[in-house]
Design a protein around this ligand. Sequence first.
Ligand SMILES: NC(=O)c1ccc[n+]([C@@H]2O[C@H](COP(=O)([O-])OP(=O)(O)OC[C@H]3O[C@@H](n4cnc5c(N)ncnc54)[C@H](O)[C@@H]3O)[C@@H](O)[C@H]2O)c1
Length: 302
Amino acid sequence: MRMGLERAFMDGMCLGNDMSIQSIAVLGAGQMGNGIAQVAACAGYDVTMIDINQDYLDKGMVAVKNSLSRVVKKERMNQDDADLAIAKISTSTHKNAASSADLVIEAIPEIPELKFSTFSEFDEICKPDAILASNTSSISINAIAKATNRPERVIGMHFMNPVPVMKLVEIINGSATSPEVTQLVLDACEKMDKIPLSCNDSPGFVSNRILCPMINEAILTLEEGVAEPEAIDGIMKLGMNHPIGPLALADLIGLDTILHIMNVLYEGFDKDPKYKPSQLLEDMVVEGKLGRKTGSGFYNYE
Ligand SMILES: NC(=O)c1ccc[n+]([C@@H]2O[C@H](COP(=O)([O-])OP(=O)(O)OC[C@H]3O[C@@H](n4cnc5c(N)ncnc54)[C@H](O)[C@@H]3O)[C@@H](O)[C@H]2O)c1
């Protein structure tokens, strides 16, 4: 975002070979998808944001506009550049809108079968040299790649939440991902003013293999009546110097997403009980208490 848009556009135009990334399709306009669309547009890419209905797309665009006006207010960008970035994003409810994209970044719910069928579909829709990336938090990149006929062009691009603020993108190389694809994706992350760090495919990768069991443990601590949410979060913030407590973080991420990730870890590590989702987490998801996105989780947001 710090990079002037004009320079970013010129850089894009200078990358005149076949393998350069000029256009990005983002699948899913939810909290991650709209954030990814924003940082990609700010880097000068042509962005198409795709979702299943217009309401989600409209909400996604409102989120982008609100986020950019906060950036302008903080004088980190001028209004003209913000307007230019917004104009770079088009929206569609049709998957075919991704047919000419150089890079597709999928950010739909963390459900393995949904990711597999979607990648299989996009393998048909997208041009043969397009890179298909997933923003999955935990699902095997090798398993996603297997759903396509281009496993060498499938990779994990795990942006952190909130995308416009967080620097890291965890890059997950599948066993077939080509070094050329990895390099193009690393370059794209840097152009989006992010810091990409690479790892190999394994359940939960690095970030969520460590983070989500900690959040699950915090939920167990609450479930067992050891302390109230404010105390659990306060102890972890003040005692461990964490910027946000684990329960407030679970509300930010979405309890449904945390449960999906714990299930991927539990199954992926042969039902090792240390990854078993807590009963309270399961119950809250069934009750629709998903955190900030539903207005209620461990805390209320109304
Ligand atoms: N929430 C986080 O903190 C976080 C962080 C990093 C990665 N992720 C990952 O990002 C992905 C998305 O998470 P999110 O928090 O943005 O979820 P979300 O629920 O906010 O958004 C998901 C969006 O996908 C859309 N969608 C569902 N099925 C679709 C389909 N078939 N085609 C197109 N769009 C479809 C939904 O309508 C919704 O708008 C998940 O894989 C999640 O694990 C989430």
